[in-house]
Design a protein around this ligand. Structure first.
Ligand SMILES: Nc1ncnc2c1ncn2[C@@H]1O[C@H](COP(=O)(O)OP(=O)(O)OP(=O)(O)O)[C@@H](O)[C@H]1O
Length: 240
């Protein structure tokens, strides 16, 4: 069995008495694009907070590229790139300054960081924006710069938490397509969203609802040929 880029097994999490995640298990295969679909409050951000160790996971097991997050946190986190729901770039710095600062946090020497910044910005279609201030970028360009930042330490998996929030339809489609293109180049992606039209039949799909995984597999298999919205409403018992 090839090792998964991310494996989450039997993870639960509570805020006081409220259980936000209930025995969640999922896997993201290497080089795959997997959508984590759930409405607001489903538990997507809580799950990402556990995978990134913002919250301490006390149950189950999380592995990043085969590295146990609890036993080998450094090795696991080094293989993880994250694009947060809220903006994480310093708007007053240039794109390359943001990227090299992030690279320094990962212990990458400056010269190497500059060379990687050139490469990742070309990968996300921002080759001409190295010296632009982040405040001068459009919403879509800014999100692509965040993806470049998340790639600079060469992670094996990207976690993207509602990465298209606030973007217009065209920029939204570009950011999803960029992420799919990156997965074809080898990095894996877990794409958290509540927007059905961001998901394709060939994508992996995990439906998270009220803290529980209701279905997982290839999207076309989960929907059984139905429209995704219909399948989602059927599985969750929600009304249209
Ligand atoms: N720090 C917290 N304290 C208490 N409850 C929390 C906390 N963080 C999240 N929750 C609750 O846990 C549940 C899951 O929230 P979470 O933010 O993970 O959902 P989500 O799927 O990411 O939704 P959204 O898209 O709105 O961010 C929600 O009911 C939320 O109110």
């Amino acid at each position: 069995m090839p090792q998964d880029a991310l494996s989450v097994q039997n993870v639960s999490h509570s805020f006081g008495r409220f259980q936000a995640l209930k025995d969640v298990s999922l896997a993201v295969p290497k080089g795959g694009f997997t959508a984590l679909l759930g409405v607001n409050g489903a538990g997507k951000t809580t799950l990402f907070s556990l995978i990134t160790r913002l919250y301490n996971s006390t149950s189950g097991r999380i592995e990043v590229a085969g590295h146990d997050l609890r036993r080998e946190p450094g090795a696991a986190l080094a293989r993880l790139g994250i694009v947060f729901q809220s903006r994480a770039l310093d708007a007053d710095l240039t794109v390359s300054q943001n990227l090299t600062y992030h690279a320094a946090l990962h212990g990458i020497p400056r010269r190497e960081a500059m060379s990687r910044a050139v490469d990742v910005l070309a990968q996300v279609g921002l080759g001409d924006k190295m010296d632009a201030r982040v405040s001068a970028l459009s919403g879509g360009q800014s999100r692509r710069a965040e993806i470049a930042r998340a790639l600079i330490h060469r992670p094996q998996i990207l976690l993207l938490d509602e990465a298209t929030v606030g973007l217009d339809v065209k920029s939204r489609a570009e950011v999803v397509e960029l992420t799919r293109a990156l997965t074809r180049q080898g990095v894996s992606a877990l794409w958290a969203t509540h927007i059905m039209d961001e998901i394709r039949p060939e994508d992996g799909l995990v439906i998270l609802h009220k803290g529980q995984v209701l279905a997982a597999g290839k999207t076309a298999e989960v929907t059984g040929g139905d429209d995704l919205t219909e399948a989602f409403l059927r599985l969750t018992g929600e009304q249209a």
